[in-house]
Design a protein around this ligand. Structure first.
Ligand SMILES: Cc1ncc(COP(=O)(O)O)c(C=O)c1O
Length: 316
């Protein structure tokens, strides 16, 4: 497969225009004071499913060949990717099967079901779900959708960065959360193509460092998953986004679950907006690593707002 380029993302943007509005990019002076730099928030929590992943799902489904549309699709998800595929499945009339871990966020499971997807509970974590998804693919002839190693998903989610650089062309730093790495790979691909001087920094969970270790070592690494941030809870690297990150990412930091909780509270207090743990990770990184943001016009990807009431209660 040819390497993804800015042209692929421009095409994705054109496809998505019929289905999604651009999300707002706002500056909040009350937050600037806490972060210590002029900061813009990219509100992917205002997407129709409450997370940026919907960009990838719709783009993928729009290009799915007719025979695969007729057979249906299967994917593994801790929540938002599954919602994205369910949303896109409904949009294009494709049967969607989503494998989720036993303890998946009930809010996200309910959302997938209400979008018409069939939800399969399987195993304790994302890795077990992926294996079961492959089994369903083999047994039922469904098209398995990898949440990371899928160029149409990466080009789709990358449109968030295309959009934000059009909204605020003088951004100097973008901080973007990483689970499988599609969002960060897309951000780095777009930012470096438009202006190589823009720094792109990825943030992962200390409790799920597989993505960070794979980036650091330029090789696939796996690691245990011990984080409450479902969107960042990936135990094995996805090599397609990693290859882009190896080439284009400036830095990769890890934050604790406590730092994400604190950032969720700040979003509620200063921005009056709801971030889920993964969505709050970019703000957590800006606070934990002040030298990264100091003096730089910074964009934080607030990647999702699907916190369950239990999560929110515990955080407050
Ligand atoms: C809210 C949220 N943020 C960040 C991520 C990480 O995205 P990626 O898997 O593209 O690295 C996810 C993944 O599901 C997510 O749901």
């Amino acid at each position: 497969m040819a390497a993804l380029t800015l042209a692929d993302v421009l095409l994705a943007q054109r496809t998505l225009r019929a289905y999604l509005q651009p999300t707002p990019l706002h500056n909040y002076p009350a937050l600037d004071a806490v972060v210590g730099a002029p900061t813009w928030i990219k509100h992917e929590n205002y997407q129709p499913i409450g997370a940026f992943k919907v960009r990838g799902g719709i783009h993928f489904m729009a290009h799915l060949p007719a025979d695969q549309r007729a057979r249906g699709v299967v994917t593994a998800s801790t929540g938002n990717h599954g919602q994205s595929i369910a949303y896109a499945g409904r949009l294009f009339g494709v049967a969607a099967h989503i494998v989720v871990p036993e303890g998946a966020n009930p809010l996200k499971v309910e959302a997938m079901r209400s979008l018409g997807a069939t939800v399969h509970f399987h195993g304790a974590d994302f890795e077990a779900c992926k294996r079961h998804g492959r089994t369903l693919e083999a047994e039922q002839g469904l098209r398995f959708i990898s949440s990371g190693d899928e160029p149409l998903l990466i080009a789709g989610v990358a449109t968030h960065t295309l959009e934000l650089l059009a909204q605020q062309p003088n951004i100097e730093l973008i901080i973007v959360p990483v689970g499988g790495g599609s969002g960060a790979a897309g951000a780095a691909l777009v930012a470096k193509a438009i202006n190589p001087a823009v720094r792109v920094v990825a943030v992962g969970a200390e409790g799920a460092p597989a993505g960070y270790l794979s980036w650091r070592d330029h090789a696939a690494r796996s690691a245990p998953i011990q984080t409450f941030a479902a969107g960042l809870a990936t135990g094995e690297a996805f090599l397609m986004p990693q290859a882009i990150l190896w080439e284009k990412l400036d830095d990769f930091v890890l934050v604790s679950d406590d730092a994400m909780r604190h950032a969720m509270r700040l979003y509620l207090e200063k921005v009056k907006t709801l971030a889920e743990p993964a969505g709050a990770a970019s703000l957590a990184a800006a606070l934990a690593f002040p030298e990264l943001v100091k003096g730089r016009r910074t964009a934080l990807i607030l990647s999702g707002g699907n916190a369950s009431l239990e999560e929110l209660g515990a955080v407050l």
